[in-house]
Write a protein that binds this ligand. Sequence first.
Ligand code: 4AD
Ligand code: MG
Length: 507
Amino acid sequence: MEQVYIKQLAQHEGQEVTLKGWLAQKRDSKGLAFLVLRDGTGFVQCVVDINTVGEEMFEAAKRLTQESSFTVTGLVRKDEKQFGGYEVQVKALTVYSISTDFPITPKEHGVEFLMDHRHLWLRSRRQWAIMRVRNTIIFAIHKFFHERGFVQMDAPIFTGNACEGTSTLFETDFYGEPAYLSQSGQLYGEAMAMAQGLIYTFGPTFRAEKSKTRRHLSEFWMIEPEMAFYDLKMDMDLIEDFIRYVVSDVLKTCTLEFEVLERKTDYLSRITEPFIRMKYEEAVDVIKGLKAIDGKTSIQMLEDDLQALKTEIATKQKDIEEREAKIASGTLNKGERNFNQNKIDQLKNDIKDLNEKATNIPEWLESARDFVRGDDFGGSHETVLTRMFGLPVMVYNWPREVKAFYMKEDENDLGYAKGVDLLAPEGYGEVVGGGERETDLNKLTQKIEEHKLPMEAFEWYLDLRRYGNIPHSGFGLGLERLVAWICGLQHIRETIPFPRAYGRLLP
Ligand code: 4AD
Ligand code: MG
């Protein structure tokens, strides 16, 4: 029989289908086995009844171990209680291969162990959900740009020049000459926009980040539109439309994935509201607590947050004590005892999380107060700023010194570059960086010298200013940063099938 995929089960309600896949979980009792089959498109419970399939097939079902591969033929039944809404009543089952000692068991594993087994970890329900969201995001990105008439063009990976400064370059040997893995396709994007008007690149980029952080990878995917005749304002409008489009699309499409990830979408759902836009100087005032938002400064907000956390911890602590007293009293039956013990364990976990949050706040407070005007933002500054709004915040007009050589100086605001960063709420921070490009040939050559970049490698780039110079703008979205935010992940390592980061090259 032709293979049907789990995702299509709704179209086959009441019919007999054949599914092929692997065993995710199993439970059996007298004469009944419950097999959770996964086939890449989803997970479905298959019920094997000895009275239907006979003893031999039932024994085969019972022998299936985690990640054994098999096929079932059976009847599709609607069942609202099931994940995905359907169940299959098995009539026949065939085994492809029995898996022995699959390393990732339902018990808890440390993250390093899981990372070492990434090639197998990808099969878990949670990783499956993340990769599905990633795929939906990618598709939405292409849809957005194609609907607006952008042409996708590819920038090279081997490059002869630095785009984002020399500190994070990966050097390779290109036929005896040094070459660098691309940090950004932007400079090529500018050349392509002069040929096609509206373009975007979508490719891997490389940064030698010699530190382990929850938002840096050595290899990540960047989407870089570049638009002829766009100024900074138009650039920001496009960023806002773009992010809203992608997030809204995922919210509509990925409900099942969000269920798996236990992702609360209250913040994401606010994506329809206008994003906050403010100049760097104003953002600094907000971060340092010099400017109140809705009557509250950042310092007051953080102090209130800390107080609220402490109250929540105390309430949970009291709840634990009451439940412990009940258990100790000896008046509870076994079921009630277990129920209360489970609750206690859960509360203890909650308290652990809350305590962690509570220790962050004083650090944020300090770094907000101590922020030096003129510096680039760190993660904690971005967190404090976005927390004031609960919405994406676009910060523009940055001090020229902290931004790349190609950023246009604002003629009405000398010393400031027309760059923009989009900061995501919920502690995710920068997901987009972009801006209007410098068009003044002299200022550009001067900047290249100041940044100590080799002029000869940039001659071709300067040609873009020599022949038909025009105002233009663009931006770069870090795909993995967006996946992390949308999925609500603690760490960027889970956002890409095989992450490459400092200390991580295998598998
Ligand atoms: O802000 P960045 O460095 O900007 C550029 O590269 C520009 N040339 C883009 C442009 O205007 N065409 O990087 C853009 C985005 C960041 O906002 C962040 O989301 C992501 O790329 N990014 C990283 N993601 C993961 N790991 C890293 N090490 C990253 N570095 C930057
Ligand atoms: Mg940046």
